[in-house]
Design a protein around this ligand. Structure first.
Ligand SMILES: Nc1nc2c(ncn2[C@@H]2O[C@H](COP(=O)(O)OP(=O)(O)OP(=O)(O)O)[C@@H](O)[C@H]2O)c(=O)[nH]1
Length: 328
């Protein structure tokens, strides 16, 4: 008899390394027969593009906001559609489905939203990434961080190349002493340890008391797009000004920029104010230009006032229906 499909809720604060861990995992031979569902806080599906670039994996996108707040029926629909599509293709069931949550999702409501799927007998567990270099600041400021760690069956520590892990481990142990901890400097070994098969019957840590679902009161998710005529330098200047103005209120920036005259999107991302090198992504040619900006205690009006005359439009991200992609 085939083992029931494992359903892994992959959570972790904004920029803590969920997509990177998943990309590292999907490169492993053990990752065969994995399907992925991606949920982004913003409208621009950067994680989906990065994952799609990493190989042929059955994938579905949920992009109507945080999965824990607004997407329960979409999630159930999407899981069923993935499973039915697989059965229709005459293939054996997936070994696992990974739901990569947005960085602001709390796992409790997501676990509850999976209840209609109980008859399928999925083995559900919660895996949470913890950026070792940022843990104390995140823990002090964001209830989402604690909610994620508290719900974890296992916590995977990331960015061990940037900082020591002992403070982060102590914090995690204080919030959730039951969680298994994956502390591996080598990224491939880390990914294999994080996604290793789990014993029959293991269901992860118990879901915590459910917090009220709803918007995140202090966190704004905005879409920034550049006006016609903005040069490449204008784009880079705006990002620099954004980081300087927001300081530690800037939580995450990610999206695609385009050099005027080029059709190759350039992936740009920052965790906090730390920008990684821009990376051209020829595989994402169809992606629209735009950035998701996630900030604390700031809104679009505040940003417009701080950078008057900037060639940028700031809007709230629009919702989209779920999208299911068959592997190429
Ligand atoms: N130095 C270092 N950088 C890392 C590591 N893991 C991820 N990153 C970088 O951190 C940034 C964010 O990583 P992602 O994997 O996109 O994080 P995420 O949790 O999926 O982000 P969101 O979906 O926006 O919440 C990227 O620039 C990664 O390259 C790590 O172990 N070490």
């Amino acid at each position: 008899m085939t083992a029931p499909t494992e359903f892994i809720v992959l959570a972790g604060f904004l920029g803590s390394g969920k997509t990177s861990l998943l990309v590292d995992w999907l490169a492993q031979p053990e990752a065969a027969d994995t399907a992925v569902i991606v949920n982004e806080a913003g409208e621009i599906d950067v994680d989906g593009a990065i994952l799609a670039d990493s190989g042929a994996v059955p994938m579905a996108m949920l992009a109507n906001g945080c999965v824990c707040c607004s997407l329960t029926s979409d999630l159930v629909f999407t899981v069923r559609a993935l499973l039915d599509g697989r059965a229709r293709a005459g293939l054996p069931p997936f070994r696992r489905i990974v739901l990569e949550c947005s960085g602001l999702s709390k796992p409790g409501p997501i676990l509850r939203s999976l209840l209609p799927l109980a008859p399928l007998g999925l083995r559900v567990r919660v895996l949470v990434t913890c950026d070792a270099s940022q843990a104390p600041g995140r823990a002090a400021r964001f209830e989402e961080w604690s909610a994620q760690i508290a719900a974890a069956g296992a916590v995977v520590f990331t960015k061990l190349d940037l900082s020591g892990v002992s403070d982060a481990e102590a914090l995690v142990a204080a919030v959730n002493p039951l969680a298994a901890r994956v502390v591996e400097a080598d990224r491939a070994t880390r990914a294999r340890a994080a996604f290793a098969d789990i014993p029959e019957g293991f269901a992860g840590a118990a879901a915590p008391a459910l917090p009220a679902a709803g918007a995140h009161p202090r966190v704004a998710v905005l879409r920034a797009s550049f006006t016609h005529g903005a040069s490449w330098e204008d784009r880079l200047d705006w990002l620099e000004d954004l980081a300087a103005f927001c300081g530690d209120r800037l939580l995450r920036v990610k999206g695609f920029l385009r050099r005027p005259g080029s059709d190759v999107p350039v992936l740009v991302q920052a965790v906090g104010t730390l920008f990684g090198p821009p990376s051209p992504m020829p595989g994402a040619r169809g992606a629209a230009e735009g950035l998701v900006v996630i900030a604390r205690d700031l809104d679009a009006d505040g940003l417009r006032a701080a950078m008057p005359g900037a060639p940028v439009r700031l809007t709230a991200p629009r919702g989209r229906p779920p999208r299911i992609c068959a592997p190429a």
